[in-house]
Design a protein around this ligand. Structure first.
Ligand code: 6PG
Length: 472
């Protein structure tokens, strides 16, 4: 037994790493685990079952020795410098043909640099987005792999075994070369930010506008989750309102500080979207609102200085609640549409060759943004006439059109009550702009040409034109 060789190695045995190891072992794969912190190695060994073929290693050298060649090693360490540190320490033990996998939320440009540096040494490098948190890692995440196809084919049976399944289909697909997997995961998280912001806005309108208590909120979100809105994020939202804080006996939600943290993936999505000139306003606003939430002391000071309108709603509450659900569904479609449009353009620029139908398919299960709506989105990308934008799909365009009055009414009410709903506002403005054949950008062209001679194009003649605007 002493010289038994294991199929795959895991570096980083925190919550995600440990649970992925156990998931792999459940499916009959043999795994060596390593962590700089010996207590994490011990925690893994505690958690393994008799049927599992899992062993811990106390040094990197021992870890590498226990692996069958060519080696397959996955890293589950925090994004950024820790990934480079692990690669640096590991490199002396690796050989050409070995496969290294980064399963963290790494910035896609870092993944490209790392994979190029490792390719020059003959080492295959996969950047794999993994979504689903602890529960997903243990029982079936959504996996978004990118990198050399040859590397993916090597771990494909393992990935297909551990991934979440929807109607028997594993939530994993080879997405493309280089950083394709990490790019897709980044956009997944951008969409996640957008959806969370929209849900939070429905909460605000119902809490501060309708004075609903946590039981009522629980019931509404649970009911919504039985409809077209069905999604993991609504499911957990409903549960959140029921949770009691053991220290105070109050609902936990009411003792949680209203400042939202972030690790940066939503911001990266917006940054990339700006760079590629793809509008993603709902995601941008979601990032901005997380940022604004952290200015708590300033908000508190200003709240003492100024007043908005009194948040007293005089209409029919059940009607507003119904409109909120329609607005949320429209907002969800518009958020996914922005993320998918970004993927469409990034795929061209970075030559990922993304199959958006496959992306929608692997997001249907295991991941944080899984939702019934993804079946519709997947269907929209099926066939040879896949649209370049989701709103070009008649069913999805119709779904937003049918709910645009809800969106307008919700925004109208929120504006009157002085409640901020920037996610809904951005979503509606995106819809109104994107569906407009004419936009006032002609004026912007004229202004640019006026002050900077930047030239403009005409609707009736080809070419570029400049006018001396100040001449009579
Ligand atoms: C997932 C999550 C996961 C993580 C986010 C949280 O798909 O499982 O997106 O990756 O929870 O990174 O992001 P923030 O800390 O930025 O909210």
């Amino acid at each position: 037994m002493g010289d038994e060789r294991y199929e795959v190695g895991m570096i980083g045995l925190g919550v995600m790493g440990r649970n992925l190891v156990l998931n792999m072992a459940d499916h009959g794969h043999s795994v060596v685990g390593y962590d700089r912190d010996p207590s994490q190695v011990a925690a893994l060994q505690q958690a393994v079952q008799a049927s599992h073929r899992v062993v811990g290693a106390s040094t990197l050298e021992e870890f590498v020795e226990k692996l069958a060649s060519p080696r397959a090693i996955m890293m589950m360490v925090p994004a950024g410098p820790p990934v480079d540190a692990v690669i640096r320490e590991l490199l002396p033990y690796l050989q050409a043909g070995d496969l290294l996998i980064d399963g963290g939320n790494s910035y896609f440009k870092d993944t490209d640099l790392r994979s190029q540096a490792l390719a020059s040494k003959g080492i295959l490098y996969l950047g794999v987005g993994i979504s689903g948190g602890e529960e997903g890692a243990r029982h079936g995440p959504s996996l978004m792999p990118g990198g050399p196809r040859e590397g993916y084919e090597r771990v494909r049976p393992l990935f297909e075994a551990i991934a979440a399944k929807v109607h028997g289909e594993p939530c994993v697909a080879y997405l493309g070369p280089g950083s394709a997997g990490h790019y897709v995961k980044m956009v997944h998280n951008g969409i996640e930010y957008g959806l969370m912001q929209l849900i939070a806005e429905t909460y605000d309108v119902m809490k501060r506008g309708l004075y609903l208590d946590d039981d009522a909120l629980h019931a509404i979100y649970a009911r919504w989750n039985q409809t077209e809105l069905q999604s993991y994020l609504l499911e957990i939202t409903a549960q959140i309102f029921r949770k009691v804080d053991p220290h105070t006996g109050k609902r936990l939600i009411d003792v949680i500080l209203d400042e939202a943290a972030q690790k940066g993936t939503g911001m990266w999505t917006s940054q990339s979207a700006l760079e590629l000139q793809v509008p993603t306003p709902t995601i941008d606003l979601a990032v901005a609102m997380r940022n604004l939430s952290t200015y708590k002391s300033e908000r508190t000071a200003i709240a003492r200085l100024v007043n908005g309108p009194s948040p007293h709603f005089s209409g029919e509450p059940s009607l507003l609640i119904q409109q909120l659900s329609g607005a949320l569904y429209a907002g969800m479609i518009l958020t996914y549409a922005q993320g998918m449009a970004l993927l469409y353009h990034a795929s061209g620029v970075y030559q990922y060759g993304l199959n958006l139908e496959a992306v929608a398919r692997i997001w249907r299960g295991g991941c944080i943004i899984r939702a019934a709506l993804l079946e519709e989105i997947r269907a929209a990308y099926q066939g040879r006439q896949a649209p370049s934008h989701l709103l070009l799909n008649p069913r999805l365009a119709r779904a937003v059109m049918d709910r645009q009055e809800d969106l307008r009414n919700v925004i109208h009410v929120a504006v009157e009550l002085g409640l901020p709903v920037p996610g809904f506002m951005a979503s509606l403005a995106y819809w109104d702009a994107y569906r407009s054949e004419w936009l006032p950008a002609n004026l912007i062209q004229a202004q640019r040409d006026y002050f900077g001679a930047h030239t403009y194009e005409r609707i009736d003649e080809k070419g570029v034109f400049h006018t001396r605007w100040e001449e009579a």
